[in-house]
Design a protein. Structure first.
Length: 370
């Protein structure tokens, strides 16, 4: 839990002082593959290649020599525009047996509307096509717009799938309502069903895990506790790090440390109210937090157990050292280098990053200790 008085004081300072000022770690970036067009997420296949999504609707593989494949066939149509398109990717926990790949995407709907959806498909052995494709989740309601799709995927230890959504920018009033999927964390089975241990809250759709979120673009599972951790975008300031718990309300837009882009307060300007949760950590000014991962390897000195978050707006990777649920140190890596959309740990123990840039600058890069 953050210290509210200290946080409020820090919000008055421009820019916000870093949590812990320190010299940058002695690491550099090594390009693994380039030529991608606004890549959004990636995953490591057990046979070696990397799967990567491009927002415009392509799923490709990256070979060990960095060569990009032609787009994999079998994907559904995506609503590519604004922030929408082909988004996150997650492999089935038992991918080696099932070959199942899960993808989130902005799906075209009726009357020119769209919404966050999740599909699964079976990847062929030759890595060229998806079969048995099925949409297992469709956000409701659909909406005409190109912003705030959320859209991270994370499997927990039980095999249930977390899906994050956003408030679609202009649907704030729906976020605190529980008969829809806007501004929620969703938890479903691999078939799109309802896990038996989901929260059973009166008036909530059974697939809802938590409510009160603005635009969740980061999600990962803690390697020791198994708990879900997320990042979400504020408006002007007020980006949040949370670990959403079942049946809880995280406040948006009733409470927030953010302000309107105009600088005006959001709603009544509240930062806390009974029955709504406080964030673990807040960024002001906004860093634009996206993909995130806990590092569990041994390739880098003193990084084991740290949380890494890609930053889109301030163009860096944030390394957060935690003491339980409290952030005790923050470091900016690769400051100003690129818009970092996703971060992952590879099977080789190295740390990898993905840059959200137009072709040919969209890259997968490996972090190398100096």
């Amino acid at each position: 839990m953050i210290d509210r008085r200290s946080l409020l004081a820090s919000l008055l300072a421009v820019p916000l002082a870093p949590l812990a000022a320190r010299a940058s770690s002695n690491v550099t970036l090594e390009t693994v593959a380039e030529g991608l067009d606004h890549p959004w997420s990636f995953a490591f296949l057990p046979e070696g290649p990397i799967l990567v999504t491009e927002r415009k609707g392509n799923l490709r593989t990256i070979a060990s020599d960095g060569k990009l494949s032609e787009p994999i066939s079998g994907l559904p149509e995506v609503a590519a525009g604004g922030q929408g398109g082909l988004l996150d990717i997650a492999l089935h926990p038992n991918f080696a047996t099932t070959r199942l790949v899960f993808l989130s995407f902005a799906e075209p709907r009726e009357e020119g509307k769209n919404g966050t959806s999740v599909m699964r498909g079976r990847l062929s052995e030759d890595l060229r096509s998806l079969s048995d494709v099925k949409v297992i989740f469709r956000e409701q309601p659909a909406y005409k717009g190109g912003a705030h799709f959320g859209s991270r995927l994370a499997f927990d230890r039980t095999g249930a799938l977390f899906v994050t959504t956003g408030d679609r920018l202009n649907l704030r009033p729906l976020v605190q309502q529980t008969d829809n999927h806007i501004g929620k964390v969703i938890r479903i089975t691999e078939d799109g069903g309802i896990p038996p241990d989901n929260p059973k809250v009166a008036g909530w759709l059974p697939e809802i895990w938590s409510i009160g979120h603005r635009n969740l673009q980061g999600a990962t599972i803690h390697p020791e506790t198994g708990r879900l951790w997320t990042t979400e975008h504020g408006a002007k300031g007020g980006d949040e790090l949370n670990h959403p718990e079942a049946g809880r309300n995280y406040g948006w837009p009733v409470i927030t440390y953010s302000r309107e882009y105009s600088g005006e307060p959001i709603g009544e300007g509240l930062t806390e109210t009974p029955g709504m949760e406080q964030p673990v950590h807040v960024w002001t000014p906004s860093i634009g937090p996206s993909g995130m991962v806990f590092y569990t390897g041994d390739r880098y000195s003193n990084w084991k157990g740290d949380l890494f978050v890609g930053a889109l707006a301030l163009k860096h990777v944030a390394r957060l050292k935690l003491d339980g649920d409290k952030v005790i140190e923050e470091e900016k890596l690769f400051d100003g280098e690129a818009r970092f959309r996703d971060v992952r740990q590879g099977p080789d123990g190295f740390f990898y990053v993905l840059t959200d840039e137009a072709a040919p600058k969209g890259r997968v890069m490996r972090v190398v200790a100096g």
